[in-house]
Structures are given as structure tokens and as C-alpha cells.
Design a protein around this ligand. Structure first.
Ligand SMILES: [Zn+2]
Length: 81
């Protein structure tokens, strides 16, 4: 797996932003991604709107679940969006 990134490409970054919001990116990739996001208002806007949306969903899921596999349920719920 290569971490070399092409020139700024919002569509590619948006995929990575989704992964980041799902907690799938390691810290290094997340730092690189955040630097890219900082340079681009489109990506920033995407991150802001989706972070808020996912947070909202997480809170709903939190109210629904209290079992052992709560984290897994939360994950798959968010991933299904
Ligand atoms: Zn962008």
C-alpha cells in the first residue's frame, strides 16, 4: 500500500474522509488527510457536514444500544450510511 498521493482530488479525498470518520485511518494517514482538507474548502465543507451527520447518527445509535457488541453495532450502522 502506497501513501503517495496524486495532486489534490476532492473525490479521492472524500473517500478518505469517510474512512477517517469511520475510524479506519491510522494517525499518519489522518494527519496527511487533514492537511489536504485544510487547503480545500470543498473538502472542508464535506468533512464538516459529514462529521455532524455521523455524530447525530452515533447519538441515536447510542440511545438504542447498550449491549456488549455496541461498538460493532455502531460501526456497521455508520458504515452503512
Ligand atoms: Zn478538495
Amino acid at each position: 500500500m502506497s501513501h503517495i498521493r496524486p495532486p489534490h482530488n476532492c473525490n479521492e479525498l472524500i473517500k478518505d474522509i469517510s474512512l477517517m470518520l469511520d475510524g479506519e485511518l491510522d494517525r499518519h494517514s489522518e494527519n496527511i488527510l487533514r492537511e489536504e482538507i485544510d487547503k480545500c474548502s470543498t473538502c472542508k465543507q464535506y468533512l464538516n457536514s459529514h462529521a455532524a451527520y455521523k455524530k447525530n447518527v452515533s447519538q441515536k445509535v447510542t440511545r438504542m444500544c447498550c449491549g456488549e457488541d455496541f461498538k460493532e453495532a455502531l460501526r456497521s450502522k455508520i458504515r452503512g450510511l
